[in-house]
Design a protein around this ligand. Structure first.
Ligand code: ADP
Length: 207
């Protein structure tokens, strides 16, 4: 991933101010900074969910800023794995169905279920799971299509220790397999696992 000179403002707020960042394949980067620093805006811009005012975004050799809306949707589906603070599962589907909801291989779903410690919960629906178990399902859903880049926004924000460990382990394993992970976090257990920690303040990277 290569970001060059990214800027984005909302009304008079400069959420991103000339941000440049390069990230290698197989790298795990943690992004931290105070509330309002522009962290979520950065993730949304990289995912093609929000257009920057200036700058370029290259992910997996593709120029996101030049894509049409349709191409961005396809790009997100194929190249990006998104993980939010809350798992956003579909309440009436069981775990396996939630993981493959946007397509994906059942065998891979089962491997992810085992590697994230969910094998005892396969036939359960989200309402029967703890927040941590739901988040692990959300992570499996993000990884099912083997995305080049995982973007995670405070993925362990509300989790118990066991689930935090499972999520961190899942992200670390993913990087070992050649994926890249950019995670917004304040969690020391996630920061400790990162190859690099980058701070964002008032829309600027402060190393
Ligand atoms: P962080 O994720 O670091 O808390 P955000 O990217 O959410 O920061 O926000 C960066 C700045 O942009 C903040 O000042 C926030 O109030 C502002 N902002 C974010 N989204 C919007 C929006 N949709 N409209 C107006 N201002 C926004």
């Amino acid at each position: 991933m290569k970001l060059v000179g990214l800027s984005k403002s909302y009304d008079r707020v400069m959420a991103l101010d000339d941000v440049s960042l390069q990230m290698g394949v197989g790298e795990f980067i943690a992004l931290r900074g105070p509330s309002g620093a522009g962290k979520s805006t950065l993730l949304y811009v990289v995912a093609g969910l929000l257009d920057p005012d200036a700058g370029s975004i290259e992910v997996a050799g593709r120029d996101v800023s030049k894509m049409s809306g349709f191409e961005k949707t396809r790009f997100r589906k194929e190249v990006i794995g998104l993980v939010f603070q809350d798992a956003r599962l579909i309440p009436y589907l069981d775990i396996r169905e939630n993981i493959v909801v946007a397509g994906g291989d059942q065998n891979r779903a089962d491997q992810l279920i085992v590697s994230l410690g969910l094998e005892g919960r396969i036939s359960h629906i989200p309402g029967e799971l703890s927040a941590g178990e739901q988040q692990r399902v959300g992570l499996a859903r993000a990884l099912i299509h083997c995305p080049e880049l995982v973007l995670a926004d405070e993925p362990t924000g509300n989790l118990d220790d066991v689930s935090t460990e499972a999520v961190v382990f899942g992200l670390r394993n993913y990087v070992k397999d050649g994926g890249s992970v950019l995670v917004v976090t304040h969690d020391p257990r996630v920061l400790a696992e990162a190859d690099r920690v980058i701070s964002l303040e008032k829309g600027k990277i402060s190393l």
